[in-house]
Design a protein around this ligand. Structure first.
Ligand code: NAD
Length: 448
């Protein structure tokens, strides 16, 4: 049921969304560039030092009812989201640096800003991490948990969560740690029982990220995955998520180049323009870039970045336009640039009668500045999902695809990559849980 023809109609599935009372605990795995920019940014906004630019939950509006009604409240006034003043942070890292030290090392935020936030940021000290260099070759962790097997490590993370729960009212976990090597689900990932046996047996297929995810989901804590690891893209995790009403979403924050890709590609397709080649290259010099310099971690990122065009272009439906598309992605570690990535895209397109044309995109971006508001929105929306009866037990929160490079979707269902479809889906989900009419953009009623 939708608006534009059904002004103001309530949808059948109107939820009783629980209010966001009390403190929301945010457990961040990996306190590196993205995480510290996220945490420091929230604190800067709380103190009125800066605006939360890039955050839909803080700045976005949502249209309700007919276009003639002029009703567009802020999203945060329409759905019950945790307020920024109610966020409490903790996290894990393989290094002992507190959030101030780690942010200073990441060199994303200016010293002047960081120094103003220093007394607060210094109080957030990482808990020892679950880490094994086999899964992230370029890092040597020193601040790590020891355990007799992976079950023991999972229990230690569960203990961390329980301890934190004593100090807050609700908890969400988000993975902002390094990209692990490419691991596809095996037999051990097919059911909760098989996974738990694998924890006991130290199964090599279980990556550290999955130990954190298992701990979160076992405790009913939502888990969002900001990296391209297939952490919760496994039947066991989906089963656990549904069983414990702990929403999951992933994977890989959609920030720079892929965000542009998922804007441009739908435009070419909508206009039936062909694409014969898309070459994407990047230079970046932060720790993420160093980790991705390892071929096994790069493979995980490459898989995540490659999918979008195929799904958007649907070459099986449009062979004349996209069957021969050559898509190549390169990421080069280049220390002088630090977090200030530069991405180039060369796009070979063709139009009427097959005449070729070219488009060049040169995006000089700041990786963590783009990722931080996404981390914030995911945390707030995952907490909302946990409080919404029609979302909390469905497992994968596909409506959050908007934020993700390689969105997880139900088995057998292709993921939606088009940024504007994702945006519509997100907003309609919010309307749905609040019992407002969905918006279809049909609009014939204005011409009756
Ligand atoms: N910045 C972006 O635009 C962007 C976009 C999409 C995805 N990502 C992903 O987000 C993640 C974080 O990016 P970043 O730039 O902050 O990287 P980063 O290297 O600055 O931070 C990652 C942190 O995770 C820690 N870590 C690694 N393994 C860990 C473990 N097992 N447990 C706890 N901590 C661990 C590292 O010590 C480091 O401090 C990466 O996986 C990256 O690919 C970033």
């Amino acid at each position: 049921m939708g608006i534009e023809e059904q002004g103001g109609q309530k949808t059948a599935g109107a939820d009783k969304v629980a209010p966001a009372t009390g403190k929301l605990g945010v457990m961040v795995v990996g306190l590196g560039a993205v995480a510290t920019t996220f945490i420091a940014g929230v604190e800067a906004v709380r103190r009125g030092l800066a605006k939360p630019i890039g955050s839909l939950t803080q700045m976005g509006t949502i249209r309700l009812g007919k276009r003639t009604e002029n009703k567009s409240p802020l999203i945060k006034d329409f759905v019950p989201l945790a307020g920024l003043n109610d966020l409490v942070f903790t996290g894990w890292d393989i290094f002992e640096d507190n959030v101030y030290e780690s942010a200073a090392h990441a060199q994303v935020l200016e010293k002047e800003m960081l120094d103003q936030l220093k007394p607060y940021l210094e109080t957030i000290k990482p808990l020892p991490a679950v880490f094994d260099q086999y899964y992230v070759k370029r890092l040597h962790g020193t601040h790590v948990k020891k355990g007799k097997n992976k079950r023991d490590l999972a229990d230690q993370v569960i203990a961390d969560i329980r301890e934190f729960k004593k100090t807050v009212d609700r908890v969400v976990m988000i993975w902002c740690a390094s990209t692990e090597i490419f691991i596809e689900p095996t037999a051990v990932h097919q059911s909760i029982a098989a996974f738990e046996k694998g924890l006991e047996n130290d199964d090599i297929g279980i990556a550290p990220s999955q130990i954190y995810a298992y701990a979160a989901l076992s405790e009913g804590v939502p888990f969002a995955n900001g990296a391209p690891n297939l952490t919760v893209d496994a039947p066991a995790m989906v089963e656990l998520s549904k069983k414990n009403a702990a929403p999951i979403c992933g994977k890989d924050f959609k920030t720079g180049q892929t965000m542009m890709k998922t804007v441009l590609a739908p435009a070419f397709k909508a206009r039936m323009l062909g694409v014969s080649g898309w070459f994407s290259t990047n230079i970046l010099g932060n720790r993420d870039g160093e980790v991705l310099d390892d071929p096994e971690s790069f493979k995980t990122k490459e898989e995540s970045k490659l999918g979008s065009l195929d799904y958007i272009f649907q070459p099986e439906l449009y062979p004349d336009l996209y069957k021969d598309l050559y898509h190549k992605i390169r990421i080069n570690y280049y220390p002088p640039r630090g977090d200030q990535k530069e991405a180039w895209d060369n796009i070979d397109i063709f139009g009427w009668l097959g005449y070729p044309m070219q488009i060049k995109v040169n995006f000089l971006c700041r990786d963590s500045i783009l990722a931080a508001p996404i981390a914030l929105d995911l945390v707030l929306f995952m907490d909302l999902a946990k409080r919404a009866p029609s979302l909390r037990s469905i497992g994968i929160q596909e409506w959050l695809s908007f934020y993700l490079k390689s969105p997880q979707s139900a088995p057998g269902l292709y993921p939606e990559h088009d940024l504007f479809i994702q945006s519509m889906k997100l907003k309609n989900t919010l309307r749905h849980i609040m019992g407002a009419g969905l918006i279809t953009h049909l609009g014939l009623e204005y011409y009756d």
